[in-house]
Design a protein around this ligand. Structure first.
Ligand code: F6P
Length: 320
């Protein structure tokens, strides 16, 4: 009988998760494994929601956002009882290993399971791109493009009305997505949790921009910096200019994955199965300096990804 490997998507969905599920399933079957899909993240795992994945059941999904396995946030994975239940399910299903596709919460769950003797391979997927051990996560490029396209549209109305816009971008407590969106969308300013902002100076710069003939100015504002609505009110008061706030929200999580996301997801999924087949486990699959990488989970979990402040330097002269 073929050895069994489980696959689960967990935490916030990210475009490209499906492409990774497809790659793990098809390459896994090629290598002689039976692939068991776990539905609805760890919640589904604990409720016994499993399906047998075949090459055909992952047809037509490479171009589809979200995850066919569904996902969810499961606080129970943070408890001893939750983890014991998961290990029990793994043993009952006779899984030789588990491929977990997700972000930092999934990495924590992977780490906890690996400490209980489960062979785990985490695949980095999150629109936030905030995972240490990979330069890029599955879904990031798609979310980046979605947000940039949205700001291009906002710029039309901002210019027409001579308004200042604060655009709130996802990223939980990090500003990786916001910084890249800000640069790619030609925003005048970026506000992220990693860098302290002097609101009085920012307001003065906005006024100077208007004096220099700018009709509109856009600030890319990371959700991790607090209320964008409050920030907008303060800016309006300090500048006496007309300000609008727009929260991009969950559109950043959906949509057709870009080619770059699909390629990354396919390569990550393929590599994860190769690693497993060669006896490697308890690693995070990612990309480092252009090459596929497998960092031990215990190492990845210990560090915070470093924020590169250079984007600010670039913006300083490009946004005048
Ligand atoms: O981690 C992805 C993400 O979309 C973050 O950017 C955001 O803060 C969070 O998930 C939203 O979480 P939820 O799906 O639980 O509302």
């Amino acid at each position: 009988m073929a050895k069994r490997v489980g696959i689960i998507t967990s935490g916030g969905d990210a475009p490209g998760m499906n492409a990774a599920v497809r790659a793990v399933t098809r390459h896994g079957i090629f290598l002689g494994y039976q692939i068991i899909g776990i539905n609805r993240g760890f919640k589904g795992f604990l409720n016994g929601e499993f399906i047998n994945l075949t090459s055909r059941s992952v047809s037509g999904i490479i171009n589809v956002g979200g995850t066919i396995l569904h996902t969810g946030r499961c606080p129970e994975t943070k408890t001893r009882t939750g983890m014991s239940k998961a290990v029990k399910a793994i043993n009952e299903l006779d899984l030789g290993g588990l491929i977990i596709i997700g972000g930092d919460g999934s990495l924590a769950a992977g780490y906890a399971l690996s400490k209980q003797g489960v062979k785990v391979i985490n695949i980095a997927a999150s629109i936030d791109n905030d995972i240490y051990g990979t330069d890029e996560t599955i879904g990031y490029d798609t979310a980046l493009n979605t947000a940039v396209e949205a700001i291009d549209k906002i710029r039309d109305t901002a210019t027409s009305h001579d308004r200042i816009f604060i655009v709130e971008i996802m990223g939980r407590k990090h500003g990786f997505l916001t910084a890249d969106v800000g640069l790619a969308a030609g925003c005048e300013f970026i506000v992220v949790p990693e860098m302290k902002v002097d609101i009085n100076r920012l307001a003065a710069e906005l006024k100077k921009g208007k004096e220099r003939g700018k009709t509109s100015e856009i600030i890319a504002f990371a959700e991790g910096c607090g209320s964008s609505a409050e920030f907008g009110k303060k800016i309006e008061k300090l500048t006496d200019l007309e300000v609008r706030v727009s929260t991009l929200g969950y559109i950043q999580r959906g949509g057709r994955p870009t080619a770059r996301t699909r390629i990354l997801a396919s390569r990550f999924g393929h590599y994860a199965m190769d690693l497993f087949h060669n006896g490697k486990a308890n690693v995070l699959v990612g990309i480092t300096d252009g090459a596929l990488s497998a960092m031990p989970i215990h190492q990845a979990i210990k560090h915070e990804k470093k924020f590169d402040g250079q984007t600010f330097e670039v913006l300083r002269t490009l946004s005048v």
